[in-house]
Write a new protein. Sequence first.
Length: 457
Amino acid sequence: MILGGGPGGYEAALVARRLGAQVTVIERQGVGGAAVLTDVVPSKTLIATAEWLTLAETAPALGIRDGGAGHRVDLTAVNARVRALADAQSADIRARLEREGIVVVTGEGRLDGPGRVVVGGETGETAYDADTILVSVGATPRVLPTAVPDGERILTWTQLYHLDELPQRLIVVGSGVTGAEFAGAYRALGSDVVLVSSRDRVLPGEDEDAAALLEGVFRSHGMEVLSRSRAAGAERTATGVAVHLEDGRVVEGSHVLVAVGAVPATSGIGLAEAGVTLSGSGHVVVDKVSRTSVRGVYAAGDCTGVLPLASVAAQQGRIAMAHALGDAVEPLRLDHVAANIFTAPEIATVGASEKRLRERGARYVTTTIPLARNPRAKMLGMRDGFVKLFAHPEAGVVLGGVVVAQRASEMIFPITLAVAHRLTVDDVAGAFTVYPSLSGSIAEAARTLHGAGEPRA
């Protein structure tokens, strides 16, 4: 029995079915969950549209003229496409589950003890007994009591896809991944954007060089970035919204997006009553094979607080079902997880970060290759970005990497392979790359680290 049909839930269902189990998935929103319907798929679809406009900005430098007509964003059409793609992806996933013989039930599920699930729907409640239960109920946007969303002017990221007109002046509260992605996207779409950050810089949890580069790009494109500025609340005005900062300043705009994190959707579904241990933040506590404190109950995805990525949720779900059903399984390795921030340029990372290496007192060598000197980047008009590698000073094993570039999400894969399989910089440097190619900078970085000399610590 699986509570939640998002990536953690549906991937787990497929694994369990192939291992011979009878599987039922309970989903209240729609198969694919928030990742498909209100989060990853729609946001990245919107960002893909913005990316097209970002690329168009480089056209004059490449000798392309638009004849003076320019481009106009029809946000009604953009959001209609976003919602249609999300619905289509959800339908595709549901069809696949049903083809595999997995039962999909629409309703609200809750635990009624460690081996029983009760589902409430339009026709009442139905109880199911289960040998194994996977909880994959995700998370919802954190709401500030002083900035309650109304779906019109004060918005969470799940509500953006119902706007019919482009915000004239969008205030984004929160400079983490979600805030940075939407701030960049709406700037490219044509909105005047103000990014309110409570920290010293945008993306405070990311590589310092990457975050500094992105903030510089934001500012160079006319975005107003208010650093060390904590929002106290937001309210509707006659013409739009007013965001009050804790230092007394007021920022006015047409709309405000509140992107200050998420809370696990674990309340009221019987977890504590069934004996499942929750953290102080309400996340389900799991081990590296997704077990909770109750035998036969597993958990995956954002509700566990392990790492809020769809890829991690899916892997947690697969691991959980393989472990529960006696298949061979490798525990989750977070140092092998590749992550990407879909800004322009994108920021992709894998393995140990420089901050983590410093905190551990680890010995390492590093190099950074600016993309501005890459021939393919020059041809594409790419000026902003770099490739950074970290390696062990003696063994040469690749410890981690950062790529800042257009399509960094695609470029990070060879570094991910190197980290996952403990390849050395010489292994990476010795592999052929196409000339010219952006990935050539990865090989160049690896060559630079051959006999790099004194390590950092």
